[in-house]
Design a protein around this ligand. Structure first.
Ligand code: SF4
Length: 405
């Protein structure tokens, strides 16, 4: 698919999912349910997994949540949902993992935040405890630095050094350095404690696009550990989608990143799976992976005679997404299919010819006829109110003929 050379990182196995070392970029997401509520968490993990999330992270913040983790795992297994679960720990991860060994065993990876486990005083001990538990259960960890909870001692130390330097840097650059050092020092400490590089994933999340790009470039230059990309606190709706896509696409274009999470603040009552859909679409539009057939549709303009073409484009897209769980098994390779639905003669026939199958609906003043192209050749012209349904059937027949066994 892609012609971008990916940076070679150390491969890590998270449950049954391969990450880094040239494996395809992994899509992951995180629940927003109370983990202690087993029913709701199972339902959301299942929805995220069915939407295509290959790893799902859950908060483990207190005893009730830790006790719930093995029950969540068992229920998911019973439902045939084998997505690996990652435990997100802050402050008390060492205690929870030590007190709830079944939780430690059920999770496929532990996320540690060096900013609130840390190095100073008790923090080093607590960090070491988590690493030792991970070693005992043979689990990988993500050392996940976050701008909002950055190790303040380390930051202060670097700020002081910078103030005394003959060539002081900009405060933002010092912050970047602190993020990177926090991740790298923690990784080195984990390795000192006996953890292999094949058990460590790094992340250093910030909320501004340019900062994220700068920090990850530094991380990629100074380490070959697998990298988890994510813009933290990306925001709601289109703002979150655009900011995350902008930051991650620049990095992935440079070969940086082994897994991505698009963190979106859901609209009230909104669909949590949207972040999975956006991550998949980002990877697919950049040519890194294919998840569902792509439907190219023109934006429509004053030449579009009716809403038929928008409806058809939406219809085909929704239909394809709904069918994918079945089609993936029935029609191997169907995710690479390209369909075009175009609104008039200006770009319609040209774009349709470039797709595997495409239709050019008639625009204003055009003869009411819709030529259909298959693999670059015009195969028929559809007319009348049944044209949309006929085209849908043609797409199905094409899939059957090309990808059916
Ligand atoms: Fe408008 Fe035609 Fe272009 Fe679609 S293909 S945007 S209808 S000019």
């Amino acid at each position: 698919m892609t012609i971008i050379a990916r940076k070679q990182t150390v491969a890590v196995k998270i449950g049954n999912v391969a990450m880094g070392g040239g494996a395809p970029i992994v899509v992951q997401s995180m629940t927003n349910t109370d983990t202690a509520d087993v029913g709701q968490t199972v339902a959301q993990v299942e929805a995220l997994a069915r939407a295509g999330s290959e790893l799902v992270r859950i908060t483990v913040d207190r005893e009730e949540a830790a006790a719930a983790v093995p029950l969540i795992r068992a229920q998911l297994d019973k439902r045939g949902v084998d997505v690996p679960l990652i435990g997100d720990f802050h402050y008390n991860g060492h205690t929870l993992l030590a007190s709830y060994p079944e939780c430690a065993e059920s999770l496929a990876k532990y996320r540690i935040n060096p900013g609130n486990v840390g190095f100073k005083d008790k923090r080093d001990k607590q960090f070491s405890q988590i690493i030792e538990i991970a070693l005992k259960h043979d689990k990988p960890v993500r050392i996940g630095v976050n701008w909002g909870s950055l190790d303040q001692d380390l930051l202060t130390q670097l700020m002081n050094e910078n103030a005394e330097s003959a060539t002081p840097k900009d405060a933002r650059e010092v912050m970047h350095e602190a993020m990177v050092q926090s991740a790298l020092l923690s990784a080195a400490r984990a390795q000192e404690l006996g953890m292999g590089a094949d058990k460590i994933v790094l992340s250093a999340k910030v909320s501004a696009v340019q900062d994220l790009i700068a920090v990850y470039r530094m991380l990629a230059e100074r380490s070959d550990l697998a990298l988890h990309l994510g813009l933290t606190e990306a925001g709601m709706g289109s703002k979150g989608i655009v900011a995350s896509s902008a930051a991650m696409s620049v990095l992935m274009q440079e070969g940086i990143g082994d897994t991505i999470r698009i963190s979106l603040t859901p609209e009230p009552g909104g669909d949590r799976s949207l972040e999975v859909k956006v991550a998949q679409e980002l990877l697919q539009s950049m040519g890194f992976r294919a998840f569902v057939p792509l439907v190219a549709a023109c934006p429509g303009c004053g030449r579009t005679t009716s809403t038929t073409f928008q409806e058809l484009a939406r219809d085909i897209q929704d239909f394809i997404r709904d069918q994918m769980p079945v089609w993936k098994r029935q029609y191997p390779g169907v995710e690479n299919l390209n369909v075009a639905v175009m609104g008039c003669i200006v770009n319609g026939p040209g774009e349709s010819k470039h797709a595997d199958i495409g239709i050019s609906l008639p625009g204003t003043g055009e003869t009411p006829a819709a030529p259909v192209f298959v693999e670059g050749k015009k195969v028929t012209t559809l007319r009348g109110p049944g044209a949309a349904d006929e085209f849908k059937q043609m797409v199905l027949d094409y899939i059957e003929q090309r990808y059916g066994s």
